[in-house]
Design a protein around this ligand. Structure first.
Ligand SMILES: N[C@@H](CCC(=O)N[C@@H](CS)C(=O)NCC(=O)O)C(=O)O
Length: 225
């Protein structure tokens, strides 16, 4: 059988929720891709070759078959959303509502929830370090904003699943590992369960266990095996 080159190459670290977002989206859309592991702790994002793709020296990077590279996880989600009608509404206000949550994620949510997780798990910060305490406080504020929406709605933007839900999922579902108690956010917990019940949904644990065999997984998708 002739080999079909995957349309995308995803440069990513399987421990990263920002990378997970893109992996999940590619999986949900059934798009074939090749995975290239980049170890951020080993500074593999700082090589000249990597910096040529993303001068910020960060994963994820999505390389297109044209040879062009795209970085910033939420920009990649917007790009991939074009492969389906459902993930990013075309109507202006509805589209802006999705973007509103994407910017919220990067400004108010990810720096605190992902930051607390990374600093404690990978850099050994103590839970009472002022840097962690501040992130936990601000992270709870972000979770409260999500709860306000999700107490009365099934999804973050509009009444259907969009890339806003994909962007906010990873670091919310790993929040307990970062020291957050989700017990006081019943709407957020119900939303997490709702997302995980979607066909083809994937978790960060699935990424961690399968990243070694991702290429063969994408080939299986590609050839429908
Ligand atoms: N805003 C960026 C953040 C990306 C980011 O923080 N990537 C981290 C991993 S989650 C990274 O590559 N860190 C390596 C470094 O800072 O040297 C995005 O959403 O893609």
């Amino acid at each position: 059988m002739p080999q079909i080159a995957p349309a995308f190459t995803l440069y990513a670290d399987p421990r990263s929720g920002n990378c997970f977002k893109v992996w999940l989206m590619l999986g949900l859309l059934d798009l074939p891709f090749q995975w290239v592991s980049v170890d951020i702790l080993n500074r593999e994002t700082q090589t000249a070759e990597f910096l040529a793709m993303n001068p910020q020296g960060m994963v994820p990077v999505l390389r297109l078959s044209s040879g062009e590279s795209l970085h910033e996880s939420n920009a990649i989600l917007c790009y991939l959303a074009q492969w389906s009608l459902n993930w990013l509404p075309r109507e202006r206000l509805n589209q802006a509502r999705v973007l509103q949550w994407l910017f919220f994620e990067q400004n108010s949510h990810e720096p605190n929830l992902a930051g607390a997780h990374f600093l404690t798990h990978y850099l050994g910060y103590a839970p009472d370090d002022p840097n962690i305490v501040g992130r936990i406080k601000r992270g709870y504020r972000a979770l409260a904003v999500m709860e306000q929406r999700l107490a009365t709605h099934d999804y973050l933007a509009g009444e259907r699943l969009t890339i806003a839900d994909i962007a906010l999922y990873p670091y919310t579902h790993t929040a307990p590992d970062a020291g957050f108690d989700l017990g006081r956010f019943p709407g957020v917990r119900a939303w997490l369960a709702r997302l995980e019940a979607q066909p083809r949904w994937l978790t960060m644990a699935a990424l961690a266990t399968s990243h070694g065999s991702l290429l063969s997984w994408s080939k299986r998708v590609l050839h429908g095996l």
